[in-house]
Design a protein around this ligand. Structure first.
Ligand code: ADP
Length: 218
């Protein structure tokens, strides 16, 4: 389904969010105070406009209220990011996602109603650290401080066995959400599903259980 997004701030983060949404076929309004940046995004957005997103009248004239999702990706100017978030919530934008620079920025935008707060550098750092420590780990997404989703590559230890035979949930407390096999994705596999070597298992579980499975089970 085509959704309507507005991206405020076309730096490295906002810029890549904008391009990706647009390439997926969504409607994207790209906003930045910097004319050169806006010019660069003319072909990677539905509309690209030079505007100061801390000005309420400007936001109103852009029809920002009609957007389902607004991503505030203003970088170093924390004051501008906070003010923009405040205005968007006052204008009743339903989903305001904010890129936070630090813990204090996070706390303030959380208080004024940001619906989701993103720390791309921190999150990416955590993910990279996990790839670094184990060659089995393909991807890692932190759901909360205790629970995560992990993608692990199947070794010959689990290959040619079914999920039921491996009994991963009982032995390790983790659940297989899906299996990636080349281009194919097997979603919520049945217990009789056979695992092949080099399959990528997508698992959800407590961090301790996932770690144990990664070290001993696969
Ligand atoms: P990143 O760390 O993602 O690369 P940057 O700091 O490079 O972030 O980019 C932030 C962008 O936000 C810049 O292009 C800047 O011009 C834009 N920006 C800053 N303040 C405002 C504002 N008030 N309204 C709109 N865009 C803004």
């Amino acid at each position: 389904m085509r959704k309507q997004f507005a991206v405020v701030g076309l730096g490295r983060f906002g810029g890549s969010v904008c391009r990706e949404l647009y390439s997926m076929g969504h409607e994207v309004l790209a906003i930045d105070v910097n004319e050169d940046r806006v010019h660069d995004f003319a072909n990677y957005s539905t509309h690209a406009v030079v505007a100061n997103a801390t000005d309420e009248n400007t936001l109103l004239s852009l029809g920002i209220r009609n957007f389902e999702y607004v991503i505030v990706a203003i970088g170093d100017n924390i004051q501008a990011s906070i003010l923009c978030t405040l205005l968007l919530k006052e204008l009743n934008v339903k989903h305001v996602w904010v890129k936070a620079q630090n813990h204090y920025h996070h706390k303030v935008v959380e208080k004024i109603g940001a619906d989701r707060i993103i720390h791309p550098e921190k999150d990416m750092g955590v993910r990279i650290a996990h790839y670094l420590v184990s060659e089995k780990i393909i991807d890692y997404i932190e759901l909360s401080p205790d629970y995560s989703i992990m993608e692990l590559i199947a070794s010959n230890k689990v290959a040619n066995k079914t999920i039921a035979q491996l009994n991963i949930r009982a032995k390790f407390g983790c659940t297989i959400l899906g299996i990636k096999r080349g281009e194919e994705v097997i979603v919520t596999p049945f217990p009789e599903q056979l695992i092949l070597e080099k399959d990528i298992l997508i698992l959800i579980g407590h961090n301790n259980d996932l770690k144990r499975f990664e070290e001993e089970g696969i």
